[in-house]
Unconditional design. Structure first.
Lengths: 284, 331, 277
């Protein structure tokens, strides 16, 4: 029995067929993560320092990537924006993975009514679009990163829990699990020490893929002006702020964050897909 | 080719297969012949190369295999064939029965479709003709027409293996390769499948290569037995001779280590150690490290097959065959 | 000890288990004397594996009782905390058929043994016990660091036996434990099992379809068919003078020179015809 990872059709086609692409994407992921980590040390300017006299200037020695309509340095905003843009999806992935594994494992291991209740309720979440759920929660709780992250985590949870459930069911049927039961190990011990480490690579591969999708969803929300507070640098927010700049014929401050988002999502997907494929091949 | 003798159904000569990443060939100079209507058993433990030998008749080789020697089916070398001809051989003249019938049949399709698809797909036979043939063959394997409309899950393992055998006979093969066809079955259904194979061989004159790990089963059903060890055929001969007077210490040890219904109970004469690793090259006899008769010569020179005195059909590749003769192993 | 004379280390009384309309185990009773070896023989669907799983506690019985040293392990005592669970584990241990699937692929040999020892005997010298166990099953200390995939089928089965022995159980259930092994390796494991029984006085419940194996390693035998016991007795007697036609059929089905598969196939059909009515 093999588990099937959930991939959205469009991006699943971008496969890391050759290893140069994979290495490139791995490098890109590393670069984006490092940039986000060390952004405060790297930024040349305060990202919110408004210089209206210099608004919409093109690239120059002082501002290598130009400035936006409010005269803020694009490079600084991009670097600091990487923080929020990665932190949000990270929260979504961590929460949905931990909760999804817990729900999926409990459903598979206990079976019976526990399985029915958990599986039906996660399917209910499936039926409800994640973005809509997020918008709903934000409209109730107002601005802030936490609300959209929790909303999306709930929306992504079923992908993880469904995968975990099928993996645990398959793993549970293997005699080594019966052997541990006969030896007197408790169910919790068997799940934590033996089943989870064996299914972890597949689940984590799914989570890596989810990361890219969550990044896009969160950027979409901040583009709509939901979630991230107005002054916090964020890629989605930057695209929104850059709309007027495009109309004035200075597209750089809007296009760059777009490009970064696309590259990051593609890079995470390629790395995740490759990982998933390798795990699938190594498995039996 | 000798004009007085008919062309053998399967003729493997000096087959040597080397796989990437191994230090010695997985098959090393295998000679084997199956004549029309004859049952030949190929006996060995896992990793001995017995399945690979039988699969070579269909050129089903692992990727990256380097092959020397000849594998002739009805006089034609399978290894040298073009893809079209090979396809013809696979679809028609050679058929294969696998170990686990449940794994060999698509569980979502009716048995009738499974039986007829191979011949109707090539376009050689119409659907009605194919169904008529399927019914006839099901009769030959002791099943009735109603099975055609059933799904694989609705019949027992023994019945399904008979379906698989019937499917193998659909293309009128001259050679049937049976790779452990009864290992996944119960002992009583095993007898049924063996009985069936024997009848079919008489009725259709099909040559049968029977691959098994069970020496007793091999001896019970076949005309000749080949014993394989580490990619080489160590002993060949008529089943009775092999049992009563094994000329290779490995055959003798296998016989002694099989728990059986006669002879003394209690401790078995186990063969100590493990078969040689593929990652290490072999210099002399492959069995030397586990052999009670091994001397210096065994480590240095691989023995060549030699016939037993007075029994040209009974050949063994051992430097010390004559020491075994007379030391009657309980059989 | 409350009783004198030979005691039964394991006793199974009137076990029943149904899956839907199928009666997988139907009124099965047998007893295993202290340090004895009992074979349960049957084909697939005979209920022998379900019986074994009920005995070790992986499956529950609808009716009936399993007693180890006179104490019931089914029924009331089934639920309960950690102490009850560990006590049950020390009564019966099991070795599974497929050595490739019965070990966690990520746990090394020594780690697997230590894990069991930590659970059952905390605070003892585990390093010495691990060496003892590996020695007992004929594995060198070199195997201790290996992962299951680095070992051969025979070696893995030795690890599985060592792990079961680590618990120091009263009864060891061997569910087709040598069926997946090559003949020469199978003989090594059967000899090993015979030695262990001599040394430790552990009782064996041997679940198998192979009459040759049963004859070699058991004192008593239970023949099962369609969930019910059709014959039981001393192995030697049952195999030389079978009383039930099904036992006779099983015996005749074992391949040997001069074997007549046609006659067996006919006998099998005749027997099925009788039981179908």
């Amino acid at each position: 029995m093999t588990a099937v990872l959930t991939r959205r059709p469009g991006l699943a086609r971008i496969r890391a067929t050759g290893s140069p692409l994979h290495l490139l994407c791995l490098g890109l992921v590393a670069a984006v993560v490092l940039a986000a980590l060390f952004a405060p040390l790297l930024v040349p300017y305060d990202p919110n320092a408004v210089d209206l006299g210099n608004a919409l200037a093109g690239p120059s020695a002082a501002h290598p990537l130009g400035v936006d309509a409010a005269g803020r340095d694009t490079l600084s905003r991009l670097l600091l924006g990487a923080r929020t843009s990665l932190l949000g999806p990270l929260g979504v992935v961590v929460f949905s993975t931990v909760a999804g594994i817990a729900v999926g494992t409990a459903a598979a291991w206990r079976g019976g009514w526990v399985d029915s209740v958990l599986s039906r309720s996660t399917e209910l979440v499936f039926a409800f679009p994640g973005m809509l759920l997020a918008i709903l929660i934000i409209s109730v709780y107002g601005e802030g990163l936490l609300a959209p992250v929790i909303a999306l985590a709930v929306a992504y949870l079923p992908y993880v829990s469904r995968l975990t459930r099928s993996l645990v069911l398959a793993e549970r049927a293997r005699p080594y699990v019966s052997a541990y039961q006969v030896q007197g190990h408790s169910a919790v011990q068997i799940c934590l020490r033996h089943i989870l480490p064996n299914i972890a690579p597949v689940v984590l591969a799914q989570s890596t893929i989810n990361f890219g999708y969550a990044l896009m969803d969160l950027a979409g929300l901040s583009f709509l002006g939901l979630g991230v507070p107005a002054l916090t640098p964020d890629w989605g927010r930057m695209v929104f702020d850059g709309q007027t700049a495009i109309q004035h014929g200075y597209p750089l401050s809007a296009i760059l964050p777009c490009a970064f988002m696309v590259l990051t999502v593609v890079a995470f997907n390629v790395v995740g897909e490759r990982w998933a494929d390798r795990v699938a091949r190594r498995d039996r | 080719m000798n004009p007085t003798q008919p062309v053998p159904t399967l003729d493997i000569q000096g087959l040597k297969i080397t796989l990437p990443g191994t230090a010695r060939p997985v098959l090393d100079g295998v000679d084997l012949t199956v004549r029309a209507g004859e049952t030949v058993a190929l006996v060995g433990e896992s990793g001995s190369g017995k399945s690979l030998t039988s699969r070579s008749a269909l050129r089903l080789l692992p990727p990256g295999a380097v092959v020397e020697g000849a594998v002739r089916v009805g006089g034609e070398d399978v290894l040298a064939m073009d893809a079209d001809r090979l396809c013809g051989v696979r679809a028609g003249s050679v058929a294969m029965v696998f170990q686990d019938p449940r794994a060999a049949v698509n569980p979502l399709r009716r048995i009738g479709d499974f039986l007829t698809e191979s011949v109707t797909l090539t376009g050689a036979t119409s659907r009605t003709d194919a169904t008529a043939r399927a019914v006839e063959l099901l009769g030959a394997v002791g099943l009735d027409e109603s099975v055609l409309r059933k799904y694989p899950g609705q019949v027992s393992g023994g019945m399904l293996q008979r379906v698989v055998i019937a499917a193998a006979l659909m293309g009128d093969p001259v050679l049937l390769l049976a790779d452990e066809p009864t290992t996944a079955l119960d002992v009583t259904s095993q007898a049924e499948v063996i009985a069936l194979l024997a009848t079919l061989r008489e009725r259709f004159g099909t040559g049968l290569l029977f691959v098994t790990h069970d020496l007793d089963l091999a001896a019970a059903i076949s005309d000749r037995v080949h014993v394989m060890y580490a990619g080489r055929i160590v002993e060949t001969g008529p089943a009775e001779d092999l049992f009563a007077r094994p000329r290779h210490p490995y055959t003798a040890a296998l016989l002694a280590s099989t728990p059986r219904m006669e002879g003394p109970r209690g401790r078995l004469a186990a063969i100590e150690g493990q078969p040689p690793d593929l990652r290490e090259p072999l210099h002399g006899c492959a069995f030397a490290t586990r052999c009670p008769l091994a001397t210096e010569v065994c480590d240095q020179r691989a023995p060549l097959p030699a016939a037993a005195p007075g029994r040209p059909e009974h050949r063994a590749a051992c430097h010390h065959s004559d020491l075994l003769e007379g030391s009657a192993v309980d059989a | 000890m409350p009783e004198n004379g030979p005691r039964n280390v394991l006793e199974v009384r009137g076990l029943r288990r149904a899956f839907g309309a199928v009666r997988a185990v139907d009124d099965v009773s047998f007893a295993l004397p202290e340090a004895g070896s009992l074979g349960v023989v049957g084909e697939s669907g005979s209920g022998k594996t379900t019986t074994a799983r009920i005995v070790v506690g992986l499956e529950r019985a609808d009716e009936g009782e399993v007693l180890v040293r006179g104490r019931s392990r089914t029924g009331r005592g089934r639920t309960g905390g950690r102490a009850a669970r560990l006590a049950r584990a020390r009564e019966v241990q099991m070795v599974f058929q497929d050595p490739y699937l019965s070990l966690d692929p990520r746990t090394g040999v020594e780690a697997a043994l230590r894990e069991t020892l930590r659970l059952h005997f905390p605070g003892r010298d585990h390093a010495r016990r691990v060496r003892e166990l590996l020695d007992q099953v004929g594995l060198g200390t070199r195997a201790a660091d290996a992962l299951p995939r680095q070992l051969s089928g025979g070696q893995r089965q030795r690890v599985a036996i060592a792990r079961a022995l680590a618990v120091e159980p009263a009864v060891l259930v061997l569910d087709e434990a040598v069926a997946a092994l090559d003949v020469s390796v199978q003989a090594q494991i059967l000899n090993l099992l015979a030695d262990i029984r001599e040394q430790t006085g552990i009782g064996y419940l041997f679940i198998t379809h192979d009459l040759g194996v049963v004859r070699c390693v058991t004192d008593e035998i239970v023949v099962m068919r369609h969930g019910a016991v059709v014959e039981q007795g001393r192995t030697q007697e049952v195999l030389t003078a079978p009383g039930h036609p099904y036992t006779r059929l099983l015996l005749e089905s074992v391949p040997r020179p001069g074997w007549d598969p046609q006659a067996i196939a006919a006998a099998r059909r005749a027997l099925q015809g009788v039981s179908a009515k």
